[in-house]
Write a protein that binds this ligand. Structure first.
Ligand SMILES: [Mg+2]
Length: 194
């Protein structure tokens, strides 16, 4: 079946988000230590961070660390700003210009910050649809958003390709719905295997 739409993830798919992520992670640890996080737990948190989204760390550590400390860490992490010098990966603009199908951007996180990234990268104009949502506040996952897109645009799952870097998010959710998926090997999830 012919491909009619491509759904792109933003962070570590269309641009290198790692410098901002590493700075945000450092800021979150600093806040948690100031609130009384046991420094002996830092190596465990560092090692989890290599493979786990921050929210996964919060879940993993909730028996060992008081909730207010984890909350403050998550808030700091998810609200850290982005640099002014962020740029799309090479080829991204050319690829988007050349793609003659429906192009959709789906990204979650702090809505204001995700929009700030899209605007600083100058990418908004290349997409037919842009979905920015806060998964924590809305309780939605990318699967919910993808399913909504299929309905709205009257597309079959096999007509859609999902491009992203996170196996546990867009790749898994795209596969669950029967879409084609392409994993970008950028960022800290690049070593994870299906
Ligand atoms: Mg990503």
């Amino acid at each position: 079946m012919e491909v009619k739409a491509v759904i792109f993830d933003l962070d570590n798919t269309l641009f290198d988000c790692m410098p901002s992520e590493i700075a945000a992670f450092g800021a979150a640890k600093k806040v948690m230590l100031e609130l009384g996080l046991d420094p002996k737990l830092v190596p465990k948190i560092d090692s989890l961070y290599k493979t786990t989204p921050f929210l996964g760390i919060v879940n993993e550590m909730k028996d060992a660390v008081p909730e207010n400390i984890l909350d403050a860490g998550y808030k700091t992490y998810s609200s850290a700003g982005v640099g002014d010098d962020i740029k799309p990966f090479p080829d991204v603009v050319e690829t988007l210009k050349g793609l003659k199908v429906i192009k959709i951007l789906v990204t979650y996180g702090d809505e204001k910050i995700q929009w700030e990234k899209i605007n600083k990268l100058g990418l908004a104009g290349f997409f037919d649809e842009i979905y920015v949502f806060n998964s924590l506040e809305s309780g939605k996952t990318k699967k919910d958003v993808f399913a909504h897109m299929l309905e709205k645009l009257k597309l079959e799952p096999e007509e859609v390709v999902v491009v992203g870097d996170q196996l546990f998010s867009e790749i898994r959710h795209g596969n669950d719905l029967g879409m084609h998926t392409v994993q970008m090997l950028h960022g800290r999830h690049s070593k994870s295997k299906p």
